[in-house]
Design a protein around this ligand. Sequence first.
Ligand SMILES: Nc1ncnc2c1ncn2[C@@H]1O[C@H](COP(=O)(O)OP(=O)(O)OP(=O)(O)O)[C@@H](O)[C@H]1O
Length: 576
Amino acid sequence: MIGFIMNYVKQHKWLYLLVAITLIIYDVSLLVPTKIIQGLVDKISQQTLTEASLIQDMLILVGVTILTYVTGYIWHVKLFQSSVRFKFEMQQQSFWKLVVMRTPFYEKFRSGDVMTRFSTDVEGLMDMVGYGLMIVVYAGGMIAFIIPTMFVISWQISLVALIPMVMLVAGIYFIGQQQDKAVEANREAVADLNDEVLEVVEGIRVTRAYSKKERQERKFQERTRKLARGGDNIMVFQSLYSPLATILLGLATVAILGMGAIFLERGQVSLGQVIALQLYTGTLLEPFWMLSDFILVYQTGKTSFVKLQELIETGDDMEEDGKDLLVSLQEVAFRDYDFRYPQAERNSLIGISWTLKAGQTVGIVGKTGSGKTTLVRQFLRQYPIGTQGFTINGQSVLDFKRSSIEGKIGYVPQEHILFSKTVRENIALGKPGSQIEEIAQAIETADFTKDLERMSEGMETMIGERGVSISGGQKQRISIARAFLRNPELLILDDSLSAVDARTERQIIENIQREREGKTNIIVTHRLSAVHHADWILVLEDGRIIEEGTPGQLLANEGWYYEQYQRQQSQEGEEA
Ligand SMILES: Nc1ncnc2c1ncn2[C@@H]1O[C@H](COP(=O)(O)OP(=O)(O)OP(=O)(O)O)[C@@H](O)[C@H]1O
């Protein structure tokens, strides 16, 4: 961490030089009044005080006070402004990381954990860069100036007076060690609580529907209690500092006054010097006191640094991005292809051999958990690829720049992501800068026009968290419109029609056939009616293709597809 901070300091060396110089002047200017008091006391006790010297001392005091104010202002503003800039830069760096990372990274970090690292840890490190550095220069400077000055007055008295101060540092260190453990435990408790709140907010409807409110409340209480206990522990340690400092400063005062009286009697020190020693020891309390804070700031900073480094250094284990730009998607082929998720123990795709040709519409069906989503995710390069034998236009998929592949695909996932924006803005995400007519056309294709007419502000209606609530089917169709708008070379609908009724589904499928004539489509579905028009159908089971062919061929085969088709037909008949 020190190296990291020093690097930052070096990058802004002129600013920190200004801070260091003004801080040292500030330190010295705080010590001048003691020096003047010492001189005044001696002059009064020796009856040598003159009007001219008194005026001179007073003028120096006024000058020094102004200097203290000006230098104090400069270092304070510059140092803390810089630490805020540090926080901003760190957050930018971390945010950029979050944006570029792909799915495996998000499977390693929980959302609450990322939030804590992003906010609490960045602030922990920021404190070290601001307050921590201030302590080093300010408190370090004070100690470095005062102790030699005291030793020049009387090394014997200073030595005895400093013993309680050394004990104070030792005490602070010991308490700080214990506090460190409490801080770490508290940090974990904050991350747990963040996770809990995120989960509750995201799943509030399910929680209500299943009457799990009480259970959630109990769980939340447990976590907040844990956090409160952590906070209590930290407070216990923090409360030990003040009494310890008071007692030890008292001991130092007794030592100075006792020894000072003896030394004064022997004529080894003046009255002004004894008073100065007492004042210096009192002044030392603040820097020593700050050391206690420094230990906390340092330890928190160190823990935060490790957590941030972990966030910044952890990769998504993706292969290096390819260099070739994909101009057009002519053919995507898998040859005896296996795939396993990074954290999984078994393959989710096994021996897949399939070629998708441009212009085809392919349906992917199969039981739940059979690998349909996993297969279409391969196109999106969300995970490192499985075995070799995955090619685009006859070339390894790894040769192509991932963004150029993404640019050719419109993907509508199972879980729809809508933002707190208007309907228009949500759809326009598919193609930034699109014309209103294009958006209207995409809405029409996704069969959302009638729904829009019922919305008070039409396309400008706010949806998402801060807008009106919309149904699952409406969400699906907004997501579909977003993908249509892009008019991608390859459109992938991943079970994206599950929440719409059969009539709407038929309408959308017809629209796809019409609007996307000659384009490539993959439709993953549980409802076979959604793919009865497809050119080719894959049936998956346990990650393998168990049947494939045209819908007619599959019906003739009388396998899984046939059985499923019969079952769904009779269900539809009953419903009708
Ligand atoms: N991120 C993941 N990490 C580990 N295993 C996963 C992950 N996602 C899916 N799997 C596993 O891969 C297998 C195939 O899952 P997949 O989601 O592809 O099935 P699916 O056919 O799309 O199912 P459904 O019809 O329910 O959407 C399952 O055994 C699942 O548990």
